[in-house]
Design a protein around this ligand. Structure first.
Ligand code: MN
Length: 235
């Protein structure tokens, strides 16, 4: 029977991610892998995570959604607007720039963030094109998968603004949703939803961000034959 494996908020943590897939025996021919976004920022290996996610999507049929950090990284490289840049650098983006520089070793070391941004724009267009095309949600028979959540204000959740898909927190966490499907999401560390980094199961919602980039854990939700199981590796 086919399993569905869900992981979120990898945030540059390539080693835990690969360990988790290996530990749970991920087999692309049999398993459906769904990634809920936030591949970059905070952790040490954003570039490697994006490479791996591209490979999983393009060669192995995985589904990858876009998170707010992926979205901001794309905006930064495309526009380099001061406000975008300030937020990017404030929320873990310094690690992303370092990761790309370390991996590509430009002929002379680039010292300013502007020079690094230009370098990435020139040499990693394929990463940016990949990230900006990622969808904001995915559905299967039983689930809605999103990065951050669903705003209960909208009669059709698909009509909510892009921003809600990537950023919403409390309004969604506290909402009593009248949806036929379970919402699986990341974005908010589960330690903020209950007193643990383990997966948070609630009425109609499952939160899975274990805070790996903060030294906690990378969770995997496993759905098989109508039941859930959880797995994780330490960050
Ligand atoms: Mn996020």
């Amino acid at each position: 029977m086919r399993r569905t494996l869900i992981v979120s908020d990898i945030h540059g943590c390539i080693k835990p991610f690969n360990r988790l897939l290996e530990q749970e025996g991920y087999n692309a021919a049999k398993d459906k892998l769904i990634l809920l976004g936030d591949y970059v920022d905070r952790g040490p290996h954003s570039k490697e995570v994006v490479d791996r996610v591209m490979e999983l999507v393009q060669d192995h049929g995985a589904i990858a959604l876009r998170g707010n950090h992926d979205h901001r990284f794309v905006q930064l490289i495309r526009t380099n607007l001061p406000d975008t840049k300030a937020r990017f650098l404030k929320y873990g983006g310094v690690a992303t720039l370092s990761s790309y520089m370390k991996a590509s070793k430009p002929p002379k070391p680039l010292t300013t963030s502007n020079a690094k941004i230009q370098y990435i724009r020139k040499h990693y267009a394929r990463h940016i094109q990949f990230l900006e095309k990622l969808p904001l949600y995915y559905e299967d028979e039983h689930h809605i998968f999103v990065h951050a959540g669903i705003n209960p204000k909208y009669a059709r959740w698909q009509d909510q603004p892009e921003h809600d898909f990537m950023y919403i927190r409390d309004e969604f966490h506290h909402a009593k949703l009248e949806l036929a499907k379970m919402v699986v999401f990341g974005h908010t560390k589960t330690s903020k939803l209950h007193a643990s980094s383990d997966i948070w199961f609630s009425d109609g919602k499952i939160g899975i961000d274990g805070g790996c980039a903060y030294g906690k854990q990378l969770n995997m939700l496993i759905f098989e034959e109508g039941t859930y199981r959880t797995a994780f590796v330490k960050g």
